[in-house]
Design a protein around this ligand. Structure first.
Ligand SMILES: [Zn+2]
Length: 147
């Protein structure tokens, strides 16, 4: 395997609240904080459950499956580090477990992304310590495909 080129885009600021998420991503697992009291799974990494106020937090492994809830294309250089990627997609994926993650859809031309399209998690190992959570279309039988 070739050594990856140095990653020059912004990296997440990892702290005590989000560390389990990034450690799981590095291990190619999708985990989000879940309230140990009411069961609410959240994408915000605060100390308290926004539904019931409990501080009891678990980090269950999620299925990694979901669907495109919404998406758009960035044509404009909002972030200079992403200029060479223009135009690129930004999507909101609703996980089977309920929460919605802002992400990118990979492995597909952005013009072919559809709302409702089934997707699965895909980890992008951008540095030795950081893997970004992205999603790709779920391969499935299509008309004309061999069984
Ligand atoms: Zn709760």
């Amino acid at each position: 395997m070739n050594a990856p080129a140095a990653y020059t885009k912004p990296l997440p600021l990892i702290d005590d609240l989000n560390r389990p998420f990034w450690a799981a991503a590095k291990a190619h697992e999708l985990r989000l904080p879940q309230c140990g009291s009411c069961g609410f799974i959240r994408v915000q990494f605060e100390r308290w459950c926004p539904r019931c106020g409990s501080r009891d937090v678990r980090w269950p492994r999620l299925s990694g499956r979901g669907h495109v809830w919404s998406h758009c294309t960035f044509h404009r250089k909002y972030f200079p580090e992403f200029e060479n990627d223009l135009p690129y997609n930004v999507a909101l994926v609703e996980l089977e477990e309920g929460p919605r993650l802002i992400t990118n859809i990979v492995g597909i031309d952005r013009r072919d992304i559809r709302i409702g399209m089934p997707v699965e998690v895909s980890f992008d190992d951008v540095t030795e310590t950081v893997s970004l959570v992205k999603f790709r279309p779920v391969p499935g039988p299509r008309e004309g495909d061999a069984a």
